[in-house]
Design a protein. Structure first.
Length: 638
């Protein structure tokens, strides 16, 4: 059994202040190099951005790092220029982030890494192409969540993975339980003997090599300050000395079997066990316990919706630019650490940089906080008696229920079927009492924890206007603290739904602007699928043949645990005969779609939801009014 470790270095760490960076280098990064100099090999992973910051603060550390790489006592593990979440950003940004990262490593260290760690262990099939095209041979990814939907791996771990395009590369496994056990011993929570006993049992599941540690370097002799229960540092004993003592103990128990991460793949030279990480239930795999999920960087934080939407706005503005400085700045803005436990001081500094960049590009920001009370009015010619309104063209039939907030009663695409594909499933459709509800389409939900839910499903004000090419219907719902305005437009073969959701503040609540319910009997159940982009250039396709619940709630603190990147703004649901395309503008509001599928009685429930806000431990409230504006276009493919 061989052992390898990978220490993650990140001076962009969300809760570390900029004036603490020199202290982190002194207390965490130098002891790591000294440990490697003494003979304990290690992988050191850091972004090009962190490398640039270290170089500006401590050139001697760079010199020592380069020497240890040359002596093969440490190995550089890459991750890109910025620690961005690959499944949440467009393919072109992922490609450039890796390219610029490689160029930065070569410029500062003179080394091109062959192994890359997946940022925040947030993996999708689509992002693999960017590591392959930039010359990486292996990626580091967490096993614990990857194996969740691959129980057959237990006795035969893959050493290679492939994406949906058939491209493959080596995989080096990280283990969250293993690195958390390592941290607990070093922090004094468990004894050395307890840790060694754990290790002896844990290694039996690994054929050749075991990941001792694959996480942050900043948690030893330093505390990043994310949580109140991080524990105090014992200033009488260096935690790096405890690590050295642990390593010496492992040499006595198992022999001097420390290898560099890339050397662990050499043990599989004559073996190929191929695996696939993603699944319909978990299209994007994320590290550690369920509170670490995709929405952590998409829809929570101080205002992830604003920040991600703004990044897409910048992306649209510079998409044809060859100015590498602009792309580096965009990768910087997409850093994951701005989206979690960032301090208020760093957040305000970030907003200044964002505004400066917007000025340089001569664009206006969609800050989702600009209230416009003119949107809260309906003209005098509103409809107040007619329940069902039909908006039809020669290609679609749309029926709206004005008594239920102008939700979609039926949506039919005449090109492929005379029956509705989307709409409302009424109470009583399912005999199972657990599903004895009305399931609507086109509606909005604001879920206030511990309070009644707010929807736009009551009878509100409605106005209708028509011209030669366009039919418009607008509904308005007002609550004490919320206003929801919905506009439906039909144009040829497309239905366009525009939403404006105004809330009096940014409160602890879940906001879902759109729900869509599929009419079961009008779809071919055996060939159902959904597809979208999750950071790659190609669509990722998933069959809908098992229970799927991406929006499942984890706890009262964590409102959901799965999601899809939808990085090109296109989401498809189809069967072998037809396909509906849902298109949104990510630069208007970057929403996260989720799928729910459950077999019920002799039928099934299939729903698509778009989320604008979720809740977790990083979420911060604000007294500022917010306006969430989004638009979705629905069309048919066959």
């Amino acid at each position: 059994m061989k052992f390898y470790s990978i220490f993650h270095l990140n001076l962009m760490f969300s809760s570390i202040r900029e004036n603490q960076r020199k202290e982190v280098i002194e207390k965490c990064y130098w002891p790591l190099l000294k440990l490697a100099r003494s003979g304990f090999k290690a992988g050191i992973e850091l972004t090009g951005l962190t490398l640039e910051i270290i170089q500006s603060l401590d050139e001697d550390w760079i010199i020592e790092f380069k020497d240890l790489i040359k002596l093969k006592k440490v190995e550089l593990v890459g991750s890109g220029y910025s620690q961005l979440i690959g499944p949440l950003v467009p393919s072109k940004v992922n490609q450039l982030n890796q390219k610029i990262g490689i160029e930065t490593y070569i410029k500062i260290l003179g080394v091109r890494p062959k192994t890359a760690l997946i940022n925040e262990m947030a993996y999708s099939s689509g992002i693999l192409e960017h590591y392959i095209s930039n010359g990486y041979e292996s990626i580091v990814m967490e096993l614990n969540n990857s194996i969740k939907y691959n129980p057959n791996w237990k006795d035969n771990l893959p050493n290679k993975i492939k994406n949906q395009s058939g491209e493959s590369m080596n995989i080096i496994w990280a283990n969250s339980i293993a690195f958390q056990k390592f941290q607990r011993h070093v922090h004094g929570d468990i004894s050395l003997d307890e840790y060694v006993d754990y290790l002896k049992k844990a290694i039996t599941s690994y054929p050749f090599s075991f990941p001792l540690y694959t996480s942050d370097a900043e948690v030893f002799d330093f505390r990043p300050g994310r949580f109140k229960n991080e524990g105090e540092i014992n200033n009488e004993v260096s935690e790096w000395n405890i690590i050295e003592k642990l390593y010496n103990k492992l040499v006595l128990e198992f022999g001097d079997n420390f290898v560099l991460p890339s050397q662990s793949t050499d043990l599989y030279k004559n073996i190929t066990n191929m695996g696939v990480l993603e699944s319909p239930q978990q299209p994007i795999v994320v590290k550690k316990q369920n509170k670490y999920n995709l929405n952590r960087w998409a829809l929570t934080g101080r205002n992830d919706l604003f920040l991600n939407t703004t990044c897409y706005l910048f992306y649209d503005a510079i998409n044809n630019s060859e100015d590498i400085r602009k792309w580096k700045q965009l990768c910087f803005f997409w850093s994951s650490d701005f989206r979690t436990h960032i301090t208020i001081c760093r957040w305000n500094s970030l907003l200044e940089k964002v505004n400066d960049f917007a000025s340089d590009l001569e664009i206006s920001l969609n800050n989702n906080n600009n209230n416009n009370n003119n949107n809260n009015k309906i003209k005098d010619n509103h409809i107040d008696s007619q329940r069902f309104i039909n908006l039809s063209t020669n290609k679609i039939d749309l029926t709206l229920d004005t008594y239920k907030g102008c939700s979609i009663k039926e949506l039919t695409f005449k090109k492929v079927n005379s029956k509705p594909l989307l709409g409302t499933i009424n109470h009583g459709y399912f005999d199972n009492i657990d599903y004895a509800f009305d399931y609507y389409s086109g509606n909005t939900l604001i879920d206030k924890f511990g309070s009644r839910k707010i929807t736009d499903l009551s009878k509100g004000l409605v106005e209708l206007s028509k011209d030669e090419n366009l039919i418009n219907l607008t509904s308005l719902f007002n609550d004490d603290n919320s206003t929801i305005r919905t506009n439906y437009s039909t144009k040829e073969s497309k239905l366009i739904i525009h939403k404006k959701i105004q809330t009096s503040n940014r409160n602890i609540e879940v906001i879902h602007p759109f729900y869509f319910t599929f009419i079961p009997e009008n779809w071919d159940k055996d060939s159902l699928y959904f597809s979208t982009h999750n950071g790659g250039s190609k669509l990722e396709k998933f069959l809908i043949n098992k229970t799927i619940n991406h929006g499942i709630r984890y706890s009262y603190l964590i409102s959901s645990i799965f999601g899809l990147g939808n990085t090109e703004g296109e989401f498809y649901v189809g069967d072998k005969y037809k396909c509906i395309k849902f298109s949104i503008s990510n630069s208007m509001s970057y929403l996260i779609p989720t799928i729910k599928f459950e077999e019920v009685d002799n039928s099934y429930l299939l729903r698509l939801t778009y989320s604008a806000q979720e809740i977790d431990d990083t979420f911060k409230q604000s007294d500022v009014e917010q306006l969430i504006e989004s638009e979705i276009t629905i069309s048919i493919l066959s």
